[in-house]
Write a protein that binds this ligand. Structure first.
Ligand code: TA6
Length: 295
């Protein structure tokens, strides 16, 4: 059902028969809540989030398009997350029937005249947010070059996972990968560790990552499974204490309860010729962790 959010923008809620739910705001096309069938909130939103028009809320899943990060001419993470989207009732069907018995909503962002001034490309960005019977959340973005000259973009689903204690969280699936370290001018390193654990600020782009990543929250005995297609990179970010204190819309200690694991296309920009379309899929599951031995 459609409700109004903090500044009057529409928020669409999707529910699964077993009680799971997702809420997505037309402000930024941003998923702002994902709850399991026990009503537990699985995404982090800062208690100091600033709810004002055309500013992404600190949490949920902001859509970073057409630029990830601040290496470009646009504002940090591009303009899509700061724009008002519309519900798209005439969304063309997904090619491979990717909508089997899922509750979903289709959103659309097209450039305004202002947008075309700062990014002169005729694009359509369609986002389908779906909830499966099992409560899995999927986001499918399709970027189409309507009829302009070729353009390139980078993209990320900036996913704020809610965790119980960051020092008890580890990521599996990124071992041995190269990463670009945002904390040292995107210098390239190779991940040596087995699972990735957290003791300080981390801001890395793991490149060429596999299709499945696991984020294990030991205390909550919960594992997030991240599946992706068309998004070769994974951005891992936790601001830790010092950086947290510099963010006005983020509590000083909130770094302990969140971890960003963003399915992304960052290292290599995506280029579309006129008429071409790109699809980026993210599927999130939250499953009880098998009682892995405490080692
Ligand atoms: O996801 C990593 C990152 O690029 C960090 O460098 C940090 O800036 C974060 O995104 C949040 O960016 P934002 O513009 O939402 O404050």
């Amino acid at each position: 059902e459609v409700t109004k959010d903090w500044n009057g923008a529409d928020q669409v809620a999707i529910r699964s028969p077993r009680g799971a739910s997702v809420r997505v705001s037309l402000q930024g096309g941003q998923v702002v809540s994902w709850r399991n069938d026990r009503g537990e909130e699985l995404l982090f939103t800062s208690s100091k989030a600033i709810f004002k028009p055309l500013k992404a809320v600190r949490g949920g899943i902001p859509v970073c398009f057409p630029q990830f990060g601040n290496c470009g001419t646009l504002e940090q993470h591009g303009f899509a997350r700061n724009k008002t989207w519309i519900v798209d009732d005439e969304a063309p069907p997904l090619s491979n029937g990717d909508n089997n018995n899922k509750a979903s909503v289709d959103l659309l962002l097209k450039p305004s005249d202002d947008d075309l001034k700062c990014w002169p490309h005729c694009f359509e960005l369609r986002l389908r947010v779906s909830l499966s019977m099992d409560g899995d959340l999927s986001l499918i973005s399709r970027v189409r070059n309507v009829n302009g000259k070729p353009f390139s973009f980078s993209f990320a689903y900036h996913t704020y996972l809610s965790v119980s204690d960051i020092s008890e969280v580890r990521i599996e699936g990124l071992e041995t990968l190269d990463y670009l370290d945002n904390l040292s001018q995107r210098e390239r390193f190779t991940e040596q560790g087995d699972a990735i654990t957290f003791e300080s600020e981390v801001d890395r782009v793991y490149v060429g990552s596999p299709g499945v990543i696991a984020v294990l929250d030991h205390e909550k005995k919960r594992t997030f499974i991240i599946r992706k297609e068309g998004l070769p990179d994974i951005v891992v970010w936790n601001p830790w204490e010092k950086k947290s204190k510099t963010m006005s819309d983020f509590g000083d200690d909130e770094y302990k309860q969140m971890l960003c694991v963003n399915a992304a296309a960052v290292e290599r920009a995506i280029t579309l010729k006129p008429g071409e379309e790109w699809t980026g899929k993210l599927e999130l599951s939250a499953v009880p962790s098998t009682n892995c031995s405490d080692h």
